[in-house]
Ligand binder design. Structure first.
Ligand code: G3P
Ligand code: CA
Length: 270
């Protein structure tokens, strides 16, 4: 089972954890409940997703800071350019179709709230790698996220230990999460210089870099360090969507691979 990789020491023979990027977003519209379900159907437990905040303070699951690419917002709310999530209320966002751009069979899929998303993961017995997107756009979003997760039962001991990681490209945002709830596993998205890694190890358990920026030496340099919980730092790389790159990063010894096509990556890294 995938969980066994959590306790392993660096060992290139062990298959990396496969994480569904925005859900299994090669097969269903990204960051929708259908994408979580598609990951589940492939036997994938860990689901990566992105979170933003509406005008009225509701957390919603979406990748872009605007609603244009993955919803019909231009049709429903013409003249509201640039269609930034932060300029729409949750009730307005709930009216949008977030599925038909991907395929007719997904027409009617919605932009889920974070509450709806974690409820679905709970029902599916899945795990959450949550990315705080554009934290500077949403002052205080870290507290908001923890409030929602706490209300939904995702900050109890069992979820925090086994089913939740919070990551961001914003180091300050990761630091805030760590300061607010030091027990939560955190991830920094990016490829810090090796010399700077010890600074990151003070507040993050994972360094999660683009696969185009790493090699075996970098992965080993990260994994040599211990994070704030006394365990070695882990490396989950993104976004690996083909068998050749999956085999390549497996050879680097990464701990996890974030992918739109979990079945392809699993097949190439078993
Ligand atoms: O989880 C890593 C990956 O999602 C970061 O890039 O743009 O897909 O959020 P992006
Ligand atoms: Ca992401």
């Amino acid at each position: 089972p995938q969980e066994t990789t959590a306790a392993r020491t660096p060992d290139r023979q062990v298959s990396p954890l496969v994480i569904a990027h925005r859900g299994a977003s090669g097969y269903a519209p990204e960051n929708t409940l259908a994408a979580a379900d598609a990951a589940k159907a492939l036997g994938i437990e860990w689901v990566e997703n992105d979170v933003h905040r509406t005008k009225d303070g509701v957390l919603v699951v979406l990748h872009d800071t605007d609603l244009k690419r993955t919803t019909n917002v231009e049709e429903v709310f013409p003249g509201r350019a640039p269609w930034a999530v932060k300029d729409f209320t949750a009730a307005e966002v709930a009216k949008l179709d977030a599925g038909s751009w991907f395929g007719k069979q997904f027409t009617g899929a919605r932009v889920p709230t974070l509450t709806q998303f974690v409820d679905r993961l709970e029902r599916n017995r899945q795990k959450l790698l949550l990315e705080i997107k554009s934290p500077a756009t949403y002052p205080g979003i870290e507290r908001d996220i923890l409030r929602v997760l706490g209300r939904e039962g995702w900050l109890d001991r069992s979820h925090v230990r086994n089913r939740l990681v919070i990551q961001s490209f914003g180091a300050d945002s990761v630091k805030k999460v760590h300061a607010l709830r030091p027990d939560i596993t955190t991830g920094f998205l990016g490829t810090p210089a090796v010399a700077d890694l010890p600074k990151y190890a003070a507040f993050t358990d994972q360094i999660n870099p683009s696969h185009t920026t790493i090699g075996a030496d970098y992965v080993a340099a990260v994994q040599r360090l211990k994070g704030p919980h006394g365990k070695r730092l882990r490396v989950n790389t993104w976004t690996v969507n083909d068998a050749a790159n999956a085999a390549k990063v497996r050879g680097y010894g990464v701990d996890g691979i974030i992918t739109n096509y979990p079945d392809v990556v699993r097949g190439a890294t078993r």
